[in-house]
Write a protein that binds this ligand. Structure first.
Ligand SMILES: Cc1cc2nc3c(=O)[nH]c(=O)nc-3n(C[C@H](O)[C@H](O)[C@H](O)COP(=O)(O)OP(=O)(O)OC[C@H]3O[C@@H](n4cnc5c(N)ncnc54)[C@H](O)[C@@H]3O)c2cc1C
Length: 287
């Protein structure tokens, strides 16, 4: 399939991109790395009359550290984020999850902004950025809005970014030295979207856990965090019995559906296995 006809605008500043969005109404669509939107155009899943290319807007690129947060420009390519030393040193959960995101060629073109705005429910970054309490910096003609991760991901392929706005950056508080974390997933091939995945993050004082975050992908639920599993571990000293209970609660609260790759029952089993694996790795012990 070939895409439908469209006009093409190459913006070189955020202000130009916003003008083009406002001028072209609902018919305009942004293109960043093109790795998801081009397939959607070719399959005619979307038929915008104008594509606004934001790839040449330098102010949307770059990774910096200020005030205890890492700021990642929306147009930063996957390959740049996954190799960045500030991200590796201060957001190791992001670097760990990136090992599973797509294939080299796609990572060299695809951007972190395009990834989260596309919001495929199987995507790793929306989950880990939620577990890390990321804030999404969105700009429009009226100015800037900061949207917490819990409100940013609205539905499959839908975020809180309005038609006349764009995502400028993602700001993520640095992970602390007392934090433990792990991300695990199962995909048919490394780099494919996973069938299921589990992420965990918590603080520990050596005996009890606090600030517990547990979340899944591939579960059929839009909300990323699983508060039932989190509350069981909060304040607990992890034992085999508690981990069994956390896994049991997680299995009972996810609602995956069967598809070409796995049945709903298989996905529930996967969630249980991946969660236990992630928890034990984060704890540094097999219980
Ligand atoms: C074979 C294959 C395997 C893949 N595997 C994985 C995987 O395992 N895990 C994973 O997470 N992803 C995977 N991807 C997707 C990949 O990560 C894409 O790079 C990403 O989803 C889209 O990024 P992009 O920059 O190419 O965005 P584009 O395709 O250019 O845009 C995607 C959407 O986001 C919107 N958009 C882009 N930038 C902005 C912005 N700044 N503000 C507002 N809206 C914006 C666009 O309008 C469009 O709707 C895979 C893709 C392919 C083709």
């Amino acid at each position: 399939m070939k895409p439908p006809l469209f006009d093409y605008v190459r913006a070189t500043s955020v202000s130009q991109a916003l003008d083009a969005l406002v001028d072209n109404g609902d018919d305009a669509r942004l293109i960043a790395g093109g790795q998801s939107i081009v397939s959607m155009l070719n399959f005619r899943m979307i038929t915008p009359s104008v594509l606004i290319d934001i790839a040449n807007i330098s102010e949307l690129r770059g990774i910096s550290l200020a005030n205890g947060k890492i700021r990642i420009g929306a147009m930063s390519r996957h390959s740049d984020v996954m190799r960045d030393t500030a991200v590796l040193n201060h957001l190791p959960l992001v670097t760990e999850a990136y090992a599973h995101v797509a294939h080299h060629a796609i990572r060299n073109r695809g951007t972190i902004g395009g990834n989260v705005c596309h919001h495929d429910l199987a995507s790793e970054l929306p989950l880990v950025l939620t577990l890390l309490d990321a804030e999404f910096v969105v700009v429009g003609r009226a100015g800037e809005r900061r949207i917490p991760a819990a409100d940013f991901f609205v539905d499959a392929y839908e975020t809180a970014v309005d038609d006349k706005e764009l995502l400028a950056a993602i700001e993520v508080p640095k992970q602390g030295p007392d934090e433990r974390f792990a991300f695990e997933e199962f995909a048919i091939r490394v780099g494919d979207y996973p069938i299921a995945g589990a992420g965990v993050r918590f603080r520990t004082n050596g005996s009890t856990l606090s600030d517990v975050r547990i979340g899944f992908i591939g579960t059929g639920i839009i909300r990323k965090r699983n508060s039932a599993a989190e509350s069981l571990l909060t304040g607990a000293s992890p034992t085999r019995e508690i981990l069994d209970r956390v896994v049991e609660v997680a299995r009972a609260t996810v609602e995956p559906s069967s598809d070409l790759h796995a049945t709903a029952e298989d996905k529930i089993d996967l969630i249980g296995v991946l969660l236990r694996r992630a928890l034990e790795r984060a704890l540094g012990t097999q219980l």
